[in-house]
Design a protein around this ligand. Structure first.
Ligand code: CDM
Ligand code: ATP
Length: 317
């Protein structure tokens, strides 16, 4: 039986602007998404029965049909029933390193890895854009996770345009283990608090403003200027999450006062907060300072870095 071990990286949002709400309940966005080295390891193995089996070492992650990786496998089975009959089902084992419900696309990157892994297991030869299209039916962040690197994302986050990748900008990530923020809640609250009719009326103006602001950070990315990138970090969802979660605001404020921090921002719908730094040494020093300031064991701290690629196959048998 064949098997693949796949490395599935997390993402951070360098830029997230909500342009308008949409009739389908989603929001029109202008984002810049960035893959980081922090990753889950996923093993996919063909099994003789036409079933999907899932194991995960993390207690907060479901191992039933509600797991996004399971949903990705079920989607492939529905799309390619002949391949399922020919090659059999799949056993998925997720070794979690990415904090769960953090705004780091943990579930989405697992789903993207399963789409890509089953494509390999069943020899389907799907293109990246076909995999992205399948991924979009599972969640807005999945197409980006298929693409990886540094990407401008528009629409509901599924229209992608890749930029030259940003390599080795160091990151410290902070997340309270027991704190989860629902993405649906964050967008819904934003819609309620920042009047959707106002957004609709000013849609054109707002879209133009977003284009101008995102253009500035894109320019900094193209110049690989980490100081300018850090100055232009932006996330509209902070406007609802920070007031509702004072612990997240505190992390944000604490990061901002640390020596060497170029910029700090919440990732996606949170509650993970990241800081950008020039070097690994500085990042390790900031991690220690944060630990000293907040000795609470519930706080998880990671040093990571930006990478120019997405999902990668580590080994196959
Ligand atoms: C916050 C981000 O992670 C930033 O990259 C994404 O925008 C969210 O991506 P995701 O978790 O894959 O989101 P989905 O699973 O597609 O949607 C979760 C919920 O978020 C809201 N949602 C999501 C994306 C979007 N453009 N507008 C929305 O309003 C919807 O209420 C949806 O029910
Ligand atoms: N493979 C998976 N990995 C992690 N969580 C999963 C997975 N499948 C389902 N979940 C559930 O989904 C919820 C969101 O977890 P996830 O880690 O994907 O959030 P996230 O990082 O905020 O995602 P995003 O940034 O795409 O909004 C969790 O409460 C978890 O129980």
């Amino acid at each position: 039986m064949r098997s693949y071990t796949i490395i599935a990286p997390a993402k951070i949002n360098l830029y997230l602007e909500i342009i308008s709400d949409r009739p389908d309940g989603y929001h029109e966005l202008a984002m810049i998404l960035q893959s980081i080295a922090l990753a889950d390891e996923i093993n996919l193995r063909s099994i003789s029965s036409e079933k999907i089996q899932l194991n995960c070492n993390h207690p907060q992650v479901p191992t039933n049909e509600s797991n996004l990786a399971y949903k990705a496998a079920a989607l492939m089975a529905r799309q390619f029933p002949e391949a399922l009959t020919k090659y059999g089902g799949v056993e998925i084992t997720i070794n979690k390193h990415i904090p769960v419900a953090a705004g780091l696309a943990g579930g989405s990157t697992n789903a993207a890895a399963v789409l890509m892994g089953i494509d390999l297991l069943w020899g389907l030869g799907l293109t990246k854009s076909e995999l992205e299209e399948l991924g979009a039916t599972l969640g807005s962040d999945v197409p980006f996770c298929v693409a990886g690197g540094t990407v401008i994302a528009t629409g509901r986050g599924d229209q992608l345009s890749s930029l030259t990748g940003l390599d080795n900008i160091y990151i410290v990530l902070a997340k309270y283990r027991s704190l989860e923020v629902s993405t649906a809640w964050a967008y819904k609250t934003y819609r309620q608090e920042f009047s959707s009719s106002y957004l609709r009326e000013t849609e054109n103006l707002s879209a133009r403003a977003a284009a101008v602001h995102s253009r500035e950070i894109v320019k900094a990315i193209l110049n690989k200027n980490s100081i300018e990138i850090a100055k232009k970090l932006h996330n509209d969802l902070e406007r609802v999450v920070l007031p509702a979660y004072p612990q997240v605001l505190k992390l944000r404020e604490l990061f901002a006062t640390q020596e060497g921090v170029l910029g700090t921002m919440m990732s996606g719908s949170g509650p993970a907060v990241f800081a950008l730094l020039e070097s690994k040494q500085q990042a390790e020093a900031v991690k220690l300072k944060m630990r000293d300031a907040i000795p609470d064991e519930d706080l998880e701290l990671f040093v990571s870095r930006t990478i120019t690629h997405g999902i990668q196959v580590r080994s196959s048998t």
